[in-house]
Design a protein around this ligand. Structure first.
Ligand SMILES: CC(C)(COP(=O)(O)OP(=O)(O)OC[C@H]1O[C@@H](n2cnc3c(N)ncnc32)[C@H](O)[C@@H]1OP(=O)(O)O)[C@@H](O)C(=O)NCCC(=O)NCCS
Length: 308
């Protein structure tokens, strides 16, 4: 078996790989579009090849101008392969060695996926392969959407929202908001870096998104005391909630609702079609705030990642 990244000449055979297992995958339209705008690149698509046939394929995603792959987007093994777990694990290991890291695998599923034997089986073998290749941590995220049929929340009047051009101000607030966060990514990051570095990373990540920096808001009481942040943003698919957070000493007073309402109103007033947001199933206060604000769960994002 030969493990290698692909080249342009492999394209036809790459387009012939079909995943029919009720999970997200790099289907031909996606493959062509993403190769075109460089979210996919041949050097980040790996195959296991035998006698000129593709027996397994792994496709990583990254920002078009980014310098590294950020997420595994698709893992495929040809139905004729008997031990698909071992082959997929070997393929991932070869690519991880070359990358010097193991990017997380993001799988998108219907919200009832656990009741669907096809989707559950699709996840089970990929999970085992991922584990053998170092993707040992599992996180389930709820994908919420707000659509124009849902009500646009009125301001409660409890908070005053304003921009601030200084990134350092946002770094300081992000740092405070991260304390006691129930968000798995934030908690994991804080086990390997200090609060300042973690906040800087987050601000840099939100800066790199297609949403406008001028949309970012600080939330204060009418007396001027800081309560939190509200960052409407956008990704390549469209408007997203981005980020919101309440400083620890102000939690438990329903401010999450005010911040989310501000973001929803902001996008709604721009006339957007829909607003997407992800939150961990374990971030219960945040999930409840989405439920109250008329957002509905439309899918699940399962993230398999290495232990930091
Ligand atoms: C999620 C968050 C915005 C909730 O803000 P909030 O204004 O306190 O939310 P609510 O007032 O609706 O809280 C509801 C309940 O959850 C509790 N709660 C809120 N945040 C909590 C936390 N981080 N840890 C434990 N309990 C929390 C509240 O105390 C309250 O409990 P009660 O009903 O017993 O009074 C806030 O925890 C936060 O800023 N977390 C860090 C950033 C984050 O996770 N952002 C979302 C990323 S998508």
């Amino acid at each position: 078996m030969l493990f290698r990244p692909t080249v342009e000449a492999d394209l036809d055979r790459l387009l012939g790989c079909v995943v029919d297992e009720s999970i997200s995958w790099a289907h031909p339209d996606r493959l062509l579009t993403f190769l075109e705008d460089r979210q996919y690149r041949h050097e980040r698509i790996w195959v296991a090849e035998e006698d000129g046939e593709i027996k397994a394929r792994a496709v990583w995603w990254g920002f078009p101008d980014g310098d590294r792959p950020l997420a595994l987007d698709c893992l495929y093994v040809h139905p004729s392969v008997e031990d698909r777990v071992s082959l997929a694990a070997d393929l991932l290991r070869h690519a991880h060695d070359e990358y010097g890291q193991a990017p997380a695998y993001h799988v998108f599923l219907r919200k009832e996926w656990r009741d669907d034997p096809k989707a559950s089986a699709a996840i089970a073998w990929r999970q085992e392969a991922g584990q053998r290749a170092g993707l040992t941590e599992e996180l389930e995220r709820l994908r919420y959407q707000w659509t124009p049929g849902s009500p646009v929340p009125e301001p409660s009047g409890r908070l005053v929202f304003g921009p601030d051009p200084d990134d350092e101000v946002f770094v300081a607030v992000f740092r405070r908001v991260a304390v006691g966060s129930l968000d798995a990514h934030t908690r994991q990051a804080l086990t390997t870096m200090d609060g300042d570095a973690q906040a800087r990373d987050d601000v840099a990540d939100y800066r790199s998104m297609p949403g406008d920096r001028s949309w970012w808001r600080l939330a204060r009481t009418p007396d001027g005391d800081l309560v939190g942040v509200a960052l409407p943003s956008a990704n390549n698919q469209g408007p997203v909630v981005g980020y919101l957070g309440v400083v620890p000493e102000r939690r438990g007073q329903g401010y999450a609702d005010d911040l989310l309402a501000e973001i929803t109103r902001f996008h709604a007033e721009r006339g957007v079609g829909r607003i997407i947001a992800d939150t961990d199933v374990t971030n219960v206060p945040m999930a409840r705030a989405f439920d109250r604000a008329g957002y509905e769960v439309f899918a699940i994002r399962l993230v398999l990642s290495p232990k930091l």
